[in-house]
Design a binder for this molecule. Sequence first.
Ligand code: ZN
Length: 296
Amino acid sequence: MLKDMDIMKLMDKFHSDDACREVLEDLRWPDGVTCPRCNSKSVSRVYEYDVFDCNSCRYQFSVTSGTIFHDSHLPLRKWFVAVFLMVESRKGISANQLRRVLKVSYKTAWYLCHRIREAMTVSNPKPLSKIVEVDETWVGGKKKNVGHGYKGNKVLIAGAAQRKGNIRLKVIDDRSREALHEFIKQHVGDDAEAIYTDDWPSYNGIANGDTKHETVNHSENEWVRGDIHTNYVENIWSLLKRSLVGSYHKVSKKHLDAYLDELEWRFNNRENPYLFRDTLIKLIKSNNLEYKELIS
Ligand SMILES: [Zn+2]
Protein backbone atom coordinates (compact mmCIF):
# COMPACT_ATOMS: atom_id res chain seq x y z
CA MET A 1 0.00 0.00 0.00
CA LEU A 2 2.91 2.37 0.64
CA LYS A 3 4.36 1.44 -2.74
CA ASP A 4 4.02 3.89 -5.65
CA MET A 5 2.30 6.48 -3.50
CA ASP A 6 -0.04 8.89 -5.26
CA ILE A 7 -2.44 11.51 -4.01
CA MET A 8 -5.49 9.20 -4.12
CA LYS A 9 -3.76 6.53 -2.05
CA LEU A 10 -2.56 9.21 0.31
CA MET A 11 -6.11 10.47 0.87
CA ASP A 12 -7.58 6.97 1.23
CA LYS A 13 -4.94 5.50 3.48
CA PHE A 14 -4.23 8.53 5.67
CA HIS A 15 -7.73 9.78 6.29
CA SER A 16 -7.06 10.31 10.01
CA ASP A 17 -4.20 10.91 12.40
CA ASP A 18 -4.82 7.45 13.84
CA ALA A 19 -4.18 5.92 10.44
CA CYS A 20 -0.91 7.88 10.21
CA ARG A 21 0.08 6.78 13.71
CA GLU A 22 -0.53 3.14 12.83
CA VAL A 23 1.86 3.32 9.89
CA LEU A 24 4.49 5.19 11.90
CA GLU A 25 4.27 2.47 14.52
CA ASP A 26 5.05 -0.22 11.94
CA LEU A 27 7.91 1.82 10.51
CA ARG A 28 9.43 2.74 13.85
CA TRP A 29 9.07 -0.70 15.46
CA PRO A 30 8.91 -3.35 12.75
CA ASP A 31 9.59 -6.01 15.43
CA GLY A 32 7.00 -4.75 17.90
CA VAL A 33 6.69 -1.69 20.14
CA THR A 34 9.84 -1.09 22.18
CA CYS A 35 10.34 1.31 25.09
CA PRO A 36 12.67 4.09 23.90
CA ARG A 37 14.08 4.49 27.40
CA CYS A 38 14.89 0.92 28.50
CA ASN A 39 14.31 -1.08 25.28
CA SER A 40 11.80 -3.35 26.97
CA LYS A 41 9.26 -4.98 24.72
CA SER A 42 6.81 -5.43 27.55
CA VAL A 43 4.56 -2.43 27.01
CA SER A 44 0.86 -1.79 27.40
CA ARG A 45 -1.16 0.34 25.10
CA VAL A 46 -3.29 3.04 26.69
CA TYR A 47 -6.00 3.31 24.10
CA GLU A 48 -7.65 6.58 25.10
CA TYR A 49 -4.44 8.59 24.89
CA ASP A 50 -2.47 7.12 21.96
CA VAL A 51 0.32 6.31 24.38
CA PHE A 52 2.21 3.26 25.58
CA ASP A 53 3.11 2.46 29.13
CA CYS A 54 6.36 0.55 29.71
CA ASN A 55 5.86 -2.35 32.12
CA SER A 56 9.54 -2.37 33.06
CA CYS A 57 10.39 1.29 33.70
CA ARG A 58 6.87 2.85 33.69
CA TYR A 59 7.90 5.36 31.02
CA GLN A 60 4.97 6.67 29.01
CA PHE A 61 5.58 7.36 25.38
CA SER A 62 3.86 7.66 22.02
CA VAL A 63 4.98 6.61 18.55
CA THR A 64 6.29 10.14 17.95
CA SER A 65 8.14 10.55 21.28
CA GLY A 66 11.70 11.71 20.73
CA THR A 67 11.18 12.02 16.99
CA ILE A 68 10.86 14.94 14.62
CA PHE A 69 7.04 14.63 14.69
CA HIS A 70 6.87 15.33 18.38
CA ASP A 71 5.81 18.68 19.85
CA SER A 72 4.96 20.22 16.52
CA HIS A 73 1.23 20.52 17.31
CA LEU A 74 0.75 19.84 13.67
CA PRO A 75 -1.67 17.04 12.77
CA LEU A 76 0.20 14.02 11.41
CA ARG A 77 -1.91 14.19 8.25
CA LYS A 78 -0.36 17.56 7.43
CA TRP A 79 3.10 16.10 7.95
CA PHE A 80 2.24 13.25 5.59
CA VAL A 81 0.96 15.62 2.90
CA ALA A 82 4.09 17.75 3.27
CA VAL A 83 6.35 14.71 2.91
CA PHE A 84 4.41 13.53 -0.11
CA LEU A 85 4.64 16.92 -1.83
CA MET A 86 8.32 17.30 -1.08
CA VAL A 87 9.33 13.92 -2.44
CA GLU A 88 6.92 13.75 -5.34
CA SER A 89 7.42 17.21 -6.85
CA ARG A 90 10.28 16.88 -9.24
CA LYS A 91 11.55 20.36 -8.51
CA GLY A 92 10.66 20.38 -4.82
CA ILE A 93 8.19 22.63 -3.06
CA SER A 94 8.79 25.93 -1.30
CA ALA A 95 7.73 26.86 2.22
CA ASN A 96 5.37 29.38 0.67
CA GLN A 97 3.58 26.75 -1.41
CA LEU A 98 3.32 24.48 1.63
CA ARG A 99 1.90 27.35 3.66
CA ARG A 100 -0.90 27.78 1.13
CA VAL A 101 -1.63 24.09 0.63
CA LEU A 102 -1.64 23.18 4.32
CA LYS A 103 -3.16 26.40 5.65
CA VAL A 104 -0.43 26.90 8.22
CA SER A 105 1.69 29.94 9.07
CA TYR A 106 4.78 30.67 7.00
CA LYS A 107 6.95 29.96 10.03
CA THR A 108 5.37 26.52 10.48
CA ALA A 109 5.73 25.72 6.79
CA TRP A 110 9.34 26.83 6.74
CA TYR A 111 10.14 24.77 9.84
CA LEU A 112 8.37 21.76 8.35
CA CYS A 113 10.36 22.02 5.10
CA HIS A 114 13.62 22.22 6.97
CA ARG A 115 12.85 19.31 9.25
CA ILE A 116 11.84 17.07 6.36
CA ARG A 117 14.85 18.19 4.36
CA GLU A 118 17.16 17.45 7.27
CA ALA A 119 15.89 13.87 7.35
CA MET A 120 16.71 13.43 3.67
CA THR A 121 20.46 13.74 4.30
CA VAL A 122 22.32 10.50 3.68
CA SER A 123 25.35 10.12 5.91
CA ASN A 124 28.27 8.16 4.48
CA PRO A 125 26.78 7.47 1.06
CA LYS A 126 28.44 4.86 -1.14
CA PRO A 127 31.17 6.42 -3.31
CA LEU A 128 30.33 6.88 -6.97
CA SER A 129 31.95 4.44 -9.37
CA LYS A 130 32.25 3.40 -13.03
CA ILE A 131 32.11 6.55 -15.17
CA VAL A 132 31.65 9.75 -13.18
CA GLU A 133 31.19 13.26 -14.56
CA VAL A 134 32.37 16.12 -12.38
CA ASP A 135 31.61 19.80 -12.90
CA GLU A 136 30.98 22.97 -10.93
CA THR A 137 28.51 25.81 -11.29
CA TRP A 138 27.57 29.16 -9.78
CA VAL A 139 24.11 29.76 -8.40
CA GLY A 140 22.50 32.62 -6.61
CA GLY A 141 21.65 36.25 -6.62
CA LYS A 142 22.14 38.68 -9.41
CA LYS A 143 23.41 42.11 -8.55
CA LYS A 144 22.69 45.22 -10.59
CA ASN A 145 25.37 47.48 -12.04
CA VAL A 146 28.23 45.05 -11.71
CA GLY A 147 30.20 43.44 -14.49
CA HIS A 148 29.36 40.10 -16.05
CA GLY A 149 32.15 38.31 -14.21
CA TYR A 150 31.01 39.49 -10.78
CA LYS A 151 30.61 36.53 -8.40
CA GLY A 152 30.29 38.39 -5.11
CA ASN A 153 26.91 37.08 -4.00
CA LYS A 154 26.94 33.83 -5.88
CA VAL A 155 27.68 30.43 -4.41
CA LEU A 156 29.79 27.74 -6.05
CA ILE A 157 28.53 24.17 -6.18
CA ALA A 158 30.48 21.07 -7.17
CA GLY A 159 28.63 18.11 -8.61
CA ALA A 160 29.57 14.52 -9.36
CA ALA A 161 27.26 12.23 -11.29
CA GLN A 162 27.74 8.58 -12.02
CA ARG A 163 26.39 7.89 -15.51
CA LYS A 164 22.81 6.57 -15.17
CA GLY A 165 23.39 6.50 -11.41
CA ASN A 166 23.56 8.65 -8.33
CA ILE A 167 24.67 12.22 -7.89
CA ARG A 168 26.46 14.18 -5.14
CA LEU A 169 26.26 17.95 -4.77
CA LYS A 170 28.14 20.18 -2.35
CA VAL A 171 28.84 23.85 -1.81
CA ILE A 172 32.57 24.49 -2.23
CA ASP A 173 34.66 27.58 -1.47
CA ASP A 174 36.32 28.10 -4.83
CA ARG A 175 37.44 26.43 -8.06
CA SER A 176 40.92 25.69 -6.76
CA ARG A 177 42.71 22.42 -7.25
CA GLU A 178 42.53 21.83 -3.52
CA ALA A 179 38.74 22.29 -3.28
CA LEU A 180 37.92 20.20 -6.35
CA HIS A 181 40.35 17.39 -5.57
CA GLU A 182 38.96 17.19 -2.03
CA PHE A 183 35.39 17.02 -3.37
CA ILE A 184 36.33 14.22 -5.77
CA LYS A 185 38.21 12.32 -3.08
CA GLN A 186 35.14 12.41 -0.85
CA HIS A 187 32.56 11.37 -3.39
CA VAL A 188 34.20 9.33 -6.14
CA GLY A 189 35.52 5.86 -5.33
CA ASP A 190 39.21 5.10 -5.85
CA ASP A 191 38.23 2.31 -8.21
CA ALA A 192 36.09 4.44 -10.52
CA GLU A 193 36.81 3.61 -14.15
CA ALA A 194 36.99 7.20 -15.37
CA ILE A 195 36.29 10.78 -14.39
CA TYR A 196 35.12 13.15 -17.12
CA THR A 197 35.47 16.90 -16.65
CA ASP A 198 35.96 20.02 -18.71
CA ASP A 199 39.46 21.40 -19.24
CA TRP A 200 39.55 23.62 -16.15
CA PRO A 201 43.18 23.20 -14.97
CA SER A 202 42.29 22.53 -11.31
CA TYR A 203 41.11 19.07 -12.37
CA ASN A 204 44.59 18.07 -13.54
CA GLY A 205 46.07 15.22 -11.58
CA ILE A 206 42.85 13.47 -10.51
CA ALA A 207 43.71 10.30 -12.43
CA ASN A 208 45.31 7.39 -10.63
CA GLY A 209 46.32 3.81 -11.47
CA ASP A 210 42.68 2.67 -11.59
CA THR A 211 40.94 5.81 -12.77
CA LYS A 212 41.37 7.58 -16.10
CA HIS A 213 40.77 11.29 -16.42
CA GLU A 214 39.34 12.53 -19.71
CA THR A 215 38.39 16.09 -20.55
CA VAL A 216 36.36 17.93 -23.13
CA ASN A 217 37.86 21.28 -24.02
CA HIS A 218 35.00 23.64 -23.34
CA SER A 219 37.41 26.55 -23.73
CA GLU A 220 37.85 25.50 -27.36
CA ASN A 221 34.16 24.84 -27.87
CA GLU A 222 34.49 21.10 -27.74
CA TRP A 223 31.50 19.61 -25.87
CA VAL A 224 31.47 15.95 -26.85
CA ARG A 225 34.24 13.61 -27.96
CA GLY A 226 32.91 10.09 -28.48
CA ASP A 227 31.62 8.98 -25.10
CA ILE A 228 33.37 11.81 -23.28
CA HIS A 229 31.12 14.67 -22.21
CA THR A 230 29.61 16.17 -19.06
CA ASN A 231 26.00 16.34 -20.25
CA TYR A 232 24.65 14.22 -17.42
CA VAL A 233 25.93 16.49 -14.67
CA GLU A 234 24.93 19.55 -16.70
CA ASN A 235 21.34 18.26 -16.77
CA ILE A 236 21.51 18.24 -12.98
CA TRP A 237 22.55 21.91 -13.08
CA SER A 238 19.52 22.82 -15.10
CA LEU A 239 17.25 20.84 -12.76
CA LEU A 240 18.86 22.58 -9.78
CA LYS A 241 18.51 26.04 -11.31
CA ARG A 242 14.88 25.48 -12.25
CA SER A 243 14.21 24.29 -8.69
CA LEU A 244 15.88 27.32 -7.21
CA VAL A 245 14.03 29.75 -9.44
CA GLY A 246 10.67 27.99 -9.44
CA SER A 247 10.33 26.80 -5.90
CA TYR A 248 12.71 28.58 -3.66
CA HIS A 249 13.34 32.06 -5.12
CA LYS A 250 16.09 32.79 -2.66
CA VAL A 251 18.36 30.35 -0.92
CA SER A 252 20.83 31.42 1.68
CA LYS A 253 24.31 29.98 1.52
CA LYS A 254 23.82 28.52 4.99
CA HIS A 255 20.86 26.40 3.93
CA LEU A 256 22.05 25.59 0.42
CA ASP A 257 23.76 22.33 1.37
CA ALA A 258 20.46 21.13 2.85
CA TYR A 259 18.64 22.02 -0.39
CA LEU A 260 21.30 20.10 -2.30
CA ASP A 261 20.81 17.08 -0.04
CA GLU A 262 17.08 17.23 -0.73
CA LEU A 263 17.65 17.32 -4.48
CA GLU A 264 20.11 14.44 -4.18
CA TRP A 265 17.64 12.37 -2.16
CA ARG A 266 14.87 12.87 -4.70
CA PHE A 267 17.10 12.31 -7.69
CA ASN A 268 18.92 9.27 -6.31
CA ASN A 269 15.58 7.71 -5.42
CA ARG A 270 13.88 8.57 -8.70
CA GLU A 271 13.21 4.91 -9.46
CA ASN A 272 12.45 3.85 -5.90
CA PRO A 273 8.73 2.91 -5.66
CA TYR A 274 9.01 3.17 -1.87
CA LEU A 275 10.36 6.72 -1.79
CA PHE A 276 7.48 8.03 0.33
CA ARG A 277 7.77 5.20 2.84
CA ASP A 278 11.56 5.43 2.98
CA THR A 279 11.35 9.16 3.66
CA LEU A 280 8.89 8.52 6.51
CA ILE A 281 11.32 5.95 7.93
CA LYS A 282 14.13 8.51 7.88
CA LEU A 283 11.86 11.01 9.63
CA ILE A 284 10.66 8.65 12.35
CA LYS A 285 14.22 7.51 12.99
CA SER A 286 15.86 10.93 12.95
CA ASN A 287 16.38 12.99 16.05
CA ASN A 288 14.29 15.98 16.88
CA LEU A 289 15.89 19.01 15.26
CA GLU A 290 15.50 21.95 17.56
CA TYR A 291 14.10 25.15 16.13
CA LYS A 292 16.77 27.23 17.78
CA GLU A 293 19.49 25.08 16.24
CA LEU A 294 17.97 25.69 12.82
CA ILE A 295 17.77 29.46 13.03
CA SER A 296 21.12 29.94 14.78
ZN1 ZN B 1 10.95 1.21 29.63
